[in-house]
Each structure stands twice: as structure tokens, then as C-alpha cells.
Design a protein around this ligand. Structure first.
Ligand SMILES: Cc1ncc(COP(=O)(O)O)c(C=O)c1O
Length: 400
């Protein structure tokens, strides 16, 4: 009898981690490697938030809390949803977990039966299909082309929905493309969802605050109140508050679903870290003025990378509305030869060549379900981005 469960055979290890491991190997061998594959802000957690964590330790808040989050944090989350999204949730409609990732996973564990389908617009964050597979569900990827700004068209959503569809997972702004759905886009998708009352919506709003050029952020339950009852609005402090290591994510949704997610969590990890909960209260209730300051820097970096890559023959880089990723196409390089005579047959070949020839680590688009592209995270310093773009340009120009 095999030690490992059958379902594990369906799950791939994270491809972003594989690139990072290769980059680390090269670094250890003494190579100068620039890593643009990481999904976290390079900015430090703001001091007031750190201090709130330290104060919690000093006050002795070092014990178990309620398994799905302290009431003070749930209240702060309700206020955030009201203030920023116009959504009314009560504390009994809120679940707090160890990062947004656990929120999504709890919701899928709590709702998927074998064979249930989950519609996932592609390109997608790598963990969505893997989580669905771990829960014995079936991911249904829907290709969203660059021509439509990597956003799902209502007719494609309609065609993907069947009798077994349980969820649509929406992610705006998106990891890996940075694409963000406007109010109109969401309204159009809502029209389709209203026709299919058995489909629930999991909206991953993790990058909500990271939008540029006056983009007006909206979440789907706000745009279409008739979907409120069957929407799980997922968010967290990891990205906007530069708190990836603190591990706090949360969701607002129907009481029945939130209770079921709590049942999963109470029997697995129990409460998220008590100290991180205190820090998250400060993040949500405290000053928010560092967010536009960070965004101004992110926007500058986005423009630097987009403008540079669009001058490189063979690359085409759309300018996304949010997050800290760009998702250039490398279609113009497919079929070319490296100076060593190897053919670039896929985005995976290109990414490997870039790492080996110039020491730049990015992630191939195939990993995110739409090729031939690659993802760059620009959450790093301007100097490093300039160096990386110089190297990418040199690598592309060396192909023949
Ligand atoms: C789209 C998306 N959702 C969720 C997460 C997970 O966030 P957390 O670190 O809070 O678990 C990430 C992290 O990279 C992400 O990119």
C-alpha cells in the first residue's frame, strides 16, 4: 500500500518555488542572481504595526484565542469592509486565518465534494487549481487572452459553467498579470452569475490597495448586491501592509459558510497567531497614509519595467492596473536560438535561458496557465530593476 494519499498524485509542487530553488542554487555557487520571482513587497512592515505586536507580547497576549479570530479583530474587519467596500458584515460573518491562503483552502475544504468544479480564469495564481485538486475538486481553467487585458469575458464564464460548478474564483488585481476588473467588468460577469444560482463566488481581493493611475477598485458583492449571499470576500494584510510573514488573512461571507470554515480551522490549525492578530488590528484601524506612498513607488517601478521591456525586440509588455507584477509575452522569441545553439521552444525554455545566461529569475507563464509569457515581480529596488532589465534586454538581443 502506498504511503501517500491518491489525491497527492494530482498535485504539482509550486513552480514558483522551483525557480526560486534553482536561483538559490546558482547564488550558492557564487553567481550574481537577481530574483524577480518573489510575491511580496520589499518594504518593511510599518513601525506602528510592529509596535502593536510587541505591545501584545508585553501584555501577555500569548495564549490561544477564539479559533477563527478575536472579536476585536473581527470588528476591525467589519469596519474595513464597510469603510472601503460599502459591505455590511457582522462579526459572525467573519473568519480570520493564517494568511489569505488558509482562508481560501478552508472554504474549499468546507464546500467541495469529489467532482465538484471550480471555474478559474487563466492566467491564475498557481495555488488555486492545486488547492481544488487537494480537495478532490476539478479545476476548470478559462483562458483569458492578452487581447482582453487578461480578463474573463462574460460569454466565456457562461460557457464554463455546468451543473457541477460550485465556485468561480475571481482575483483582482491579479497575480500574475496585475489585471484589475472595473465596475463594468464585474457587472457583466454578475449578469451571468445571476443566471446560475448554484454558483458561488470566491473573490480574492488580496491586492485591492495596490492599484495605480486612479483605478477605482470594486469588489463583486459591492457591485451586485444580489450576489452578496453567495460571495466569499477574501482579503488580508499580507500585501498592502507588508505583513507577509505575520500570516493574517480574513473573509466575509454567509454565516453558514463562515461557520463551516471555522469547523475546518478549529480542527486543523486553530487560531491564527495571537500576536499577529494584535498587529492586524493596528494595520486596519491605524494610519493608512503609507499605502499611497508605497503605491507611488510601485507605479514608478511598473512604468520603468513596462517601458523598458517594450523597447526589447520579441517582447510585448501590457501595462497592468494593479498588484506588483507584469506579464510580458515572449511569443516573438519562440523558435529563436541561444548563443549556445539551443532553441527557445517555450516560455519555460526562455526563463531557464534567462537564469542561466544572465542570472535573472522570473517565472514562466505555463505555470500560471497561459503561455508564452513570463511573470516579473517588480517589488524590488529601482537599481535592481534597472540591472535586471539591462540583463533581460541583453539576453533577448543575443538570440538569433
Ligand atoms: C492572489 C493571491 N492570493 C492569496 C495569496 C496569499 O496571501 P497570504 O500570504 O496572506 O496567504 C497570494 C500570495 O502570494 C496571492 O498572490
Amino acid at each position: 500500500m502506498s504511503l501517500l494519499a491518491d489525491r497527492l498524485a494530482r498535485v504539482k509542487p509550486s513552480p514558483t518555488m522551483a525557480i526560486t530553488a534553482l536561483a538559490t542554487e546558482l547564488k550558492e555557487a557564487g553567481r550574481n542572481v537577481i530574483t524577480l520571482s518573489q510575491g511580496e513587497p520589499d518594504f518593511d512592515t510599518p513601525d506602528n504595526i510592529k509596535e502593536a505586536g510587541i505591545a501584545a507580547i508585553r501584555r501577555g497576549e500569548t495564549k490561544y484565542t477564539v479559533f477563527d479570530g478575536r472579536i476585536e479583530l473581527k470588528r476591525a474587519i467589519c469596519q474595513k469592509f464597510k469603510r472601503e467596500n460599502g459591505l455590511d458584515y457582522e462579526p459572525s460573518q467573519i473568519s480570520v486565518s493564517n494568511g489569505g491562503k488558509q482562508v481560501l483552502y478552508n472554504a474549499l475544504v468546507a464546500t467541495l465534494s469529489p467532482g465538484d468544479e471550480v471555474v478559474i480564469p487563466a492566467p491564475y495564481w498557481v495555488s488555486y487549481p492545486e488547492m481544488v485538486l487537494l480537495c478532490d475538486g476539478e479545476p476548470v481553467p478559462v483562458a483569458c487572452s492578452q487581447n482582453n487585458g487578461f480578463k474573463m469575458r462574460p460569454e466565456d464564464l457562461d460557457a464554463a459553467i455546468g451543473p457541477k460548478t460550485k465556485w468561480l474564483i475571481l482575483n483582482s488585481p491579479s497575480n500574475p498579470t496585475g489585471a484589475a476588473y472595473t465596475e463594468r467588468d464585474l457587472k457583466e460577469l454578475s449578469e451571468v452569475l445571476l443566471k446560475h444560482p448554484h454558483v458561488w463566488v470566491m473573490t480574492d481581493d488580496m491586492y485591492e490597495h495596490l492599484v495605480y493611475d486612479d483605478f477605482q477598485y470594486r469588489t463583486i458583492a459591492q457591485v451586485e448586491p444580489r450576489l452578496y449571499e453567495r460571495t466569499l470576500t477574501v482579503n488580508g494584510v499580507s500585501k498592502a501592509y507588508c505583513m507577509t510573514g505575520w500570516r493574517i488573512g480574513y473573509a466575509g461571507g454567509s454565516k453558514q459558510l463562515i461557520k463551516a470554515m471555522g469547523a475546518v480551522q478549529s480542527n486543523s490549525t486553530a487560531n491564527p497567531c495571537s500576536i499577529s492578530q494584535a498587529a492586524a488590528i493596528e494595520a486596519l484601524n491605524g494610519p493608512q497614509d503609507f499605502i499611497p506612498k508605497n503605491n507611488a513607488k510601485f507605479k514608478e517601478r511598473r512604468d520603468l519595467v513596462v517601458d523598458w521591456l517594450n523597447r526589447v525586440p520579441g517582447l510585448h509588455c501590457p501595462r497592468p492596473a494593479g498588484a506588483f507584477y507584469v506579464y510580458p509575452s515572449c511569443a516573438g522569441l519562440i523558435g529563436k536560438k541561444t548563443p549556445k545553439g539551443e532553441t527557445i521552444a517555450s516560455d519555460e525554455d526562455f526563463v531557464r535561458y534567462l537564469l542561466e545566461a544572465e542570472g535573472v529569475a522570473v517565472v514562466h507563464g505555463t505555470a500560471f496557465g497561459l503561455a508564452p509569457h513570463f511573470r516579473i515581480s517588480y517589488a524590488t529596488s529601482t537599481e535592481e530593476l534597472q540591472d535586471a532589465c539591462t540583463r533581460i534586454e541583453r539576453a533577448c538581443r543575443a538570440l538569433s
